[in-house]
Design a protein around this ligand. Sequence first.
Ligand code: C2E
Ligand code: CA
Ligand code: CA
Length: 688
Amino acid sequence: MSSKRNLALRMYVAAVVAAGAVALVLAWIGTDLRNILGPKPLVFVVFLILSAVGEARPIKWLTGRDDVEITASWTFSLGLLYIAPAAGSLSAVAAVSLFIELLHRKPFHRAAFNSAQITLSLAVGSLLLRLGGANGYLWSHRSPGLRWLLVATAAGLLAVLTNGLLTAIVLALSQQLPFRVVVRSTLQANVVMDMLLIGLAPVLTGVAVNSFVLVPLLLVVVFGVFQSAKIGLIHRYEATHDTLTGLPNRRLFFEQASLTLNAARDNGRSAAVLLIDLDDFKEINDQLGHATGDITLREVAARLLRHRRATDVVARLGGDEFAVLLGGVDSESAEGVAWSLVHDLNQVLELDGVPLAISGSVGLARFPDHGDDIDTLLAHADAAMYRAKSERAGLEVYDVGRDRQGPRRLGLLSELRDAMANHELFLQYQPQIDIRSGELCGVESLVRWQHPTRGLLLPDHFIPTAEHTELIEELTERVLKLAVAQASAWRADGLDLRVAVNASARNFLQVRFPEVVRGILEEAGLPGDRLELEITENTVTNDPARTIAVMEGLHKLGVSISIDDFGTGYSSLAHLRSLPVDRIKIDRSFVRDMVTNRDDLVIVRCIIDLAANLDLISVAEGVEDIATLELLQTLGCRYAQGYHIGRPGSADQVASLARLRGVASLDNSDAVSSFDCEPESLSVSVPR
Ligand code: C2E
Ligand code: CA
Ligand code: CA
């Protein structure tokens, strides 16, 4: 943080603390000490205790930058304001707040600031009460009327608003974000809850003063409001965080990184993106098991968090990939932070007394030198990270001169954008057969790019690059539209084929993805069960909670889901049990040599048998000869795809082949069931 900002923050904190103290002193002037708790000391004490309980048990909400807290204490603090003179209520609330913050081991200046902030907010509210003539109403002879209710509610509103304003200023100063951005996100997080708490306060107070026995009833209401707010927050939390490590997920990282970069751009400041990938994580997972893998990932998250400052964002992007955004750093300090991070990552991890060596490779890209948006910066940090990994260097800073791919990659992305607009992308379809009958059962759609100057481009030339950016979402939608329209056209011609589309990890993090798919299916009039989506295993480890929600949304449409390239990722088959998945496609690298290579044969056999036991259908890809096909049939594999059956071709070619071979009736229910693999392999993940 720059020292100027630091100074501004300190001065602000000091000013709020001083203003809080002054407000307290002013409140005490001329106050009648005998009446300090108001006419109902019992109600005062009960409200004070409840306010303390609310304060001590807030809903905490980690945003990845700072903790947002929501407490139910407002209702009772406002209640105190309504029933007692300002001196009594402000002092009591200030003392309770200070005490609880210190109990939570907050540093003294923070505790003092928070306490002063609440005091000031309530003081402003109290001023409005006095101006509105509603002060002291509750201990005068009359019971509260409509006018009091209105003034009291307005005073509560003003107090909470003041509090929000004071918080927003401190957040904006400490996180170096524009004030309006902070206000918006604070409002989004708290507004409904705050309104309810403010609304409840006068009612609760009125009831408490007039018939104390009804208080428990209203407490139930407050508790209910609090619980429902909590559930809402938990949902929000789950949608934006990785469940294993508690870190923000890819989506939240992009959101927060974009905010930070916008602010940096406005203020002419710099920033840096670090991409961190663990070395040999697959080996840890395979050899020591998933539990150890999970512990390792959690430990790495903890180590990264140790370096986080208020302006930084630390996130898990998926698998063993983490990202850190360093806000407001110059190039030297960015490298300094990155090196200390590498050093920390490389410390041995003790697991039950057994040392486990872990290490990570870090790529660094700087804003604005190496890119102006988060997509470009991440792509460049990625390139640097790969170099760090291949050279075992620990850390590499992005270097345009050494990234021969870089300019090409950026050019490629803009060309691809144009290609989509100009309809240069088209699909080929590769047939899949039911091995038992030899009939065609479906096709996989494979995208091609008819490039105006470079000729026909296969997906490996552009998909991996597109997958790093939002472009892949649009690409998937286009491919889906083409594939679904084709399937519908075949159906009209009497060919009932299921069509599979390759989706990317990003699609399964889009909550609206099932809605997009539904729209596309409806437009073409294709039943959902004629569509299948293929995703790779690692997509799922990214952010399981969210991915599973998207999968379930797709299932509701009847769309089936298959795990592509199975066996090349981290997950074990046992792990698949928890996922709403229908089929697995055995990666072609195992299928290719299974006739001659015993290891590959064992792997394929185990995948087929275990899949059957999990009620999953197995599909072998890369079947290049009849011997492989026959062997697969003996092993009980249900479907096959590969050059031996048919190369990717046009829709017409598929139609001719379908008429030649016949079309299998589609149903999911009859997965083959056999089990001749050693039981212990159940818990072993599939090695490469
Ligand atoms: P994939 O999903 O594993 O697709 C199968 C790839 O294997 C295709 O390559 C196909 O031509 C090739 N293949 C099929 N049978 C055989 C065989 O018997 N032997 C061998 N050696 N190869 C075979 P293609 O079309 O180049 O696609 C490469 C990858 O690009 C795909 O791998 C898929 O991951 C990705 N891809 C293709 N279309 C799309 C798309 O529309 N969206 C996304 N996100 N990815 C796509
Ligand atoms: Ca595929
Ligand atoms: Ca595949």
